[in-house]
Design a protein around this ligand. Structure first.
Ligand SMILES: [Zn+2]
Length: 302
């Protein structure tokens, strides 16, 4: 894909590289939410699956709105995954490998933040699922969309171990929150780093310094909607105790989140949108073709 194509197609808005539009919080309003996002300037959304049960939903939504999807089993869903979940994933990849909307294997990874998942037998099950899904990504020559909490070094080690020789990965370390050194090692493997609502909080000083320190070519933007509400939607614990629900993040927040991230880096907003769009296409190469059609789909929906 030449730069000329990308420079044309990437001048027109944002790519939400991580958005759970199929989540129960959106329910039957998913189409309306996607429409609002398009009106706010979101060209394309990437919808990662979290379990075998969500494979059909992300594929259907992606096709309906000119978006991309990923197939995989999320580490938080590994505990409840059936014995044949990996076989189901393999079959689904085989069946849809030629679908231009299928962008990656994801969301996969390791979560050592949740205590039960750090104890056996779930710890071993998480690791086994992650390794098997990395192997499937290599076999089908697809990028990976990664989830990692308190597990950056382990995730890196497994990525490294799954690479033949001097090979490189493509994909996104979503909601990255490791150290600058961990960021550098995962970028060295070919990955991009996903930033979103977490960096909109003034108290997120460590994450904000990381955002300022990494090379612009390594950054993609995401909402992780309905989760990771930005500061302006976040409901404090005391307000939640008195009955107020936590704010629901949505892909239409991406332009505002992106503007905050751009200002933290002292970059003009349109330049940042364009750079992160090109980076998203590098991380998920099939996205470039979708960006050529997403605008047409959004217009038809009006
Ligand atoms: Zn996610």
């Amino acid at each position: 894909m030449g730069n000329w194509f990308m420079s044309v197609e990437c001048d027109l808005g944002w790519v939400d590289t991580h958005c759970h539009l199929d989540a129960a919080e959106f329910g039957q309003h998913a189409a309306r939410e996607r429409q609002r996002a398009a009106q706010a300037g979101v060209r394309c959304c990437v919808l990662p699956a979290v379990s075998v049960q969500t494979f059909d939903a992300v594929r259907r939504l992606a096709h309906a709105h000119g978006d991309g999807y990923c197939l995989g089993v999320h580490p938080l869903y590994v505990a409840d995954a059936a014995d044949d979940a990996l076989a189901c994933l393999e079959r689904a990849l085989q069946q849809h490998i030629d679908d231009p909307h299928l962008l990656a294997v994801g969301e996969i990874g390791l979560d050592f933040f949740v205590p039960e998942l750090c104890r056996e037998p779930l710890r071993a099950k998480q690791i086994a699922f992650f390794k098997a899904q990395l192997a499937l990504a290599r076999r089908f020559d697809l990028p990976v969309v990664l989830h990692s909490r308190r597990a950056e070094d382990a995730v890196h080690a497994h990525l490294r171990a799954a690479l033949p020789g001097a090979g490189r990965w493509r994909g996104i370390a979503h909601a990255f929150s490791g150290s600058q050194q961990q960021a550098a090692s995962i970028v060295a493997l070919g990955m991009k780093l996903g930033f979103g609502g977490a960096a909109t909080f003034e108290r997120a000083t460590r994450l904000r310094s990381l955002l300022r320190a990494v090379d612009v070519h390594s950054i993609v933007v995401e909402t992780d909607a309905p989760d990771i509400a930005p500061q302006w939607l976040y409901v404090q614990a005391h307000a939640r105790e008195s009955g107020q629900a936590q704010g629901v993040n949505s892909p239409s927040e991406l332009p505002r989140i992106g503007a905050v991230l751009a200002s933290l880096r002292d970059t003009p907003v349109d330049e940042f949108a364009r750079a992160t769009c090109i980076n998203a296409c590098e991380a998920l190469p099939r996205l470039a073709a979708l960006l050529g059609t997403a605008g047409a789909v959004a217009q038809h929906a009006h």
